[in-house]
Write a protein that binds this ligand. Structure first.
Ligand code: UDP
Length: 327
């Protein structure tokens, strides 16, 4: 199989490239290095079955060349991270709507299978946990920038499913819930690498709001195993799948776990959402996936526990800070 991974120099994309290579696929990653980093794939460069193309997905001519030369596209390139979403909504909408539009249009031209990485954000602030794939979505107003991400990714899903319905394009939608592991940068707001770095540096751990909001964190190795499986499963085409962990934890408990596992003496401070993001920021109180469907299709379920994940991220961050790596 010749796989094209958009966003392949990013956190999840680089892990997916590794997993696909490990099972014998040939892999081209395409990335514009806006949030992705070449360091993430440096260890793969030089392999005969691996290629990096520095291009943007909004460049349809470049995508035409790349898509025509592959058998399947794993479309992960997107503007992500709540901080980035709030600070640069234009970029989010441009990348996620215009870029994904180009990828899907070209995929349809060559009739190539697409695994579209979507997000649990599409469920918005719905309280109907655990979220089933067909559950209703509850989104806030357009005056709150956060919601542009959920809307842009939902449009990607609509477009992918529309291509499937009207042109028979083989698409699979994977809604990724909170995904964590080595190489994730905290620069765009992701809580686990941020708390781990703060703990290792002896700085206060910043818990936003009252810390009683919950999330389920899934190890990136588990997530890419699901993505790679969805790329092959015949029954997955035209379907939407949640991919995530069901081990629910409050952010306050997460911070305490990070302190225990790092042995850090840092304190926990509570930062109001308005200060952390923007005035009127709306967070979701609970986010838990129903993963019955992906379990049925692939026999998939996460293997790593929250403690496994935290140990991995702590080891990675301790190494990175020891070597003075860019963070
Ligand atoms: N969060 C926090 N401290 C931080 C960064 C994030 O308490 O330094 C909170 C954030 O408000 C959210 C949760 O942690 O409730 C998960 O945030 P993240 O940005 O990792 O992912 P989200 O689930 O919001 O997409």
């Amino acid at each position: 199989m010749r796989a094209l991974v958009t966003g392949g120099c990013g956190f999840i994309g680089s892990h997916l490239a590794e997993a696909l290579l490990a099972r014998g696929d040939r892999v081209t990653v395409v990335d514009d290095l806006s949030t992705g980093r070449l360091e993430n794939v440096a260890h793969l460069v030089g392999r005969p079955d691996f290629r990096v193309a520095i291009e943007t997905i909004t460049d349809e001519a470049a995508m035409d060349r790349l898509v025509s030369a592959c058998d399947i596209i794993y479309h992960l390139a997107a503007a992500v991270g709540v901080e980035l979403i709030v600070s640069d909504p234009v970029r989010v909408i441009e990348t996620n709507i215009v870029g994904s539009g180009a990828v899907l249009r070209v995929a349809a031209r060559y009739r190539k299978r697409v695994v579209l990485a979507s997000t649990s954000e599409v469920y918005g602030k719905s309280e109907a946990v655990p979220f089933g794939e067909d559950a209703d979505r509850v989104l806030g107003p357009t005056t709150r920038s956060r919601w542009c991400y959920a809307c842009s990714k939902a449009m990607d899903e609509f477009l992918a499913l529309a291509y499937h319905k009207s042109e028979g394009l083989p698409v699979v939608v994977a809604r990724l819930f909170n995904t964590v592991g080595p190489r994730q940068t905290g620069r765009y707001g992701m809580v686990v690498p941020r708390l781990v770095r703060q703990a290792l540096a002896g700085q206060p751990l910043t818990v936003y709001g009252d810390g009683q909001q919950t999330r389920c964190f899934c190890h990136v190795a588990d997530v890419v195993r699901a993505l790679a499986g969805l790329g092959r499963a015949p029954d997955a085409v035209g379907e939407v799948f949640n991919v995530g962990s069901t081990e629910e934890v409050t952010i306050e408990a997460l911070a305490r776990r990070v302190l225990a596992l790092t042995g850090s003496g840092s304190e926990i401070i509570y930062v109001p959402y308005d200060e952390a993001y923007e005035a009127g920021f709306e967070d979701m109180r609970r986010r838990v996936p129903d993963i019955t469907k992906v379990g049925r299709c692939l026999g998939w379920r996460p293997r790593a526990t929250l403690d496994d994940i935290l140990r991995d991220v702590i080891a990675h961050e301790a190494r990175a800070s020891g070597h003075g790596q860019e963070r």
